[in-house]
Write a new protein. Structure first.
Length: 332
């Protein structure tokens, strides 16, 4: 008998997309499935749409407490042996769940991940993000981390979507999303999961569709650097240090986190004065851990280029670079 898969969907004001999302789950060639939507304080008709169109979908309503709390409620309510997360504005291919579950059971592994593609209503698929060039099985916890830690800040580590988790691993190891983090909570969740498994499968197929809409660069500002980015980095670093990851590599990732933070400022805080935005950049540039990281770091070309810009401490230059990169992203 096939094992039950619990599909957990956190939703917040997703009335425009929730039908597409759940319909893609209903078209799965795998059963049995249970679909649990956690309506995180929506003020639109998200819940009404679900209840009208999908009688067998469980809807759990709660005050708005964030995506981490919503996913945690889903985990606690799930009955399946496997857990799959899908965001309410995304879709999944009709064979995603069967491909991932079969990969776990055929290869007797603890985890399975597939690639994703980005899409929008106007242009269709806009970007391909395969997780591997060919199907890959990794055995041994150290081998998993050796494979993953160079991709510390990419889809291989970050996203909770496009993958199947074993619920007993989450329960036995008390792995939950950190509700204190407003950014990168999924990275910490995945790193904690990777730390307790001994085998996984990477699937080359791109089976998860991430909707890259008009809100791609304009989602809610995630909070000041200390309260969001560094908290997430600190939580991940504890596990990575235990696995022997070098301080030079971790320093490089802190620099990359600075880079991602600066990209938020021109788009998400454009209504506040430039002087305030520059002050936020200044707080990061003068952060003691950031200055220390700039003395000893490793990483790809992006990290090295951005480190050289950070070293100048030129706030206007950093801001200008962020504006240019955001402009290029909007065009693509």
């Amino acid at each position: 008998m096939k094992k039950l898969v619990s599909v957990i969907i956190p939703a917040y004001n997703d009335a425009d997309y929730i039908l597409d999302c759940i319909n893609s789950i209903k078209k799965q060639d795998y059963s049995p499935l249970e679909v649990i939507v956690i309506d995180d304080g929506s003020t639109d008709c998200t819940s009404d749409i679900i209840k009208k169109n999908f009688k067998k979908v469980r809807v759990i309503s709660q005050p708005n407490t964030g995506v981490s709390a919503a996913r945690n409620v889903g985990i606690d309510e799930a009955n399946g042996e496997y857990i799959c997360f899908v965001d309410a504005d995304d879709v999944i291919s009709s064979n995603m769940i069967s491909e991932l579950v079969n990969s776990i059971e055929t290869n007797q592994v603890d985890f399975a991940v597939c690639g994703i593609y980005m899409f929008n209503n106007k242009h269709g698929i806009t970007k391909h993000l395969p997780i591997t060039k060919k199907n890959k099985i990794i055995r041994g916890n150290d081998c998993i981390f050796n494979e993953l830690y160079p991709f510390f800040d990419t889809y291989k580590v970050n996203a909770p979507c496009g993958r199947i988790y074993k619920r007993n691993f989450l329960s036995q190891n008390k792995i939950r999303f950190n509700e204190q983090l407003s950014f990168g909570e999924d990275s910490v969740f995945n790193i904690n999961y990777y730390s307790v498994i001994n085998s996984c499968v990477f699937k080359k197929n791109e089976l998860y569709g991430y909707r890259r809409g008009s809100n791609y660069l304009t989602k809610r500002y995630s909070g000041e650097f200390q309260e969001s980015k560094k908290l997430r980095f600190s939580a991940m670093s504890v596990v990575l240090r235990e696995k022997g990851v070098s301080e030079s590599f971790l320093n490089g990732q802190l620099i990359y986190i600075c880079f991602s933070y600066f990209l938020e400022i021109p788009q998400k805080l454009k209504k506040i004065k430039l002087a305030v935005r520059l002050n936020l950049i200044s707080q990061v540039v003068n952060d003691a851990d950031v200055r220390k990281a700039l003395k000893n770091y490793s990483g790809n070309l992006v990290i090295k280029i951005f480190a050289s810009i950070l070293k100048t401490s030129n706030l206007r230059l950093i801001y200008f670079v962020a504006v240019v990169i955001n402009y290029i992203r909007r065009k693509h």
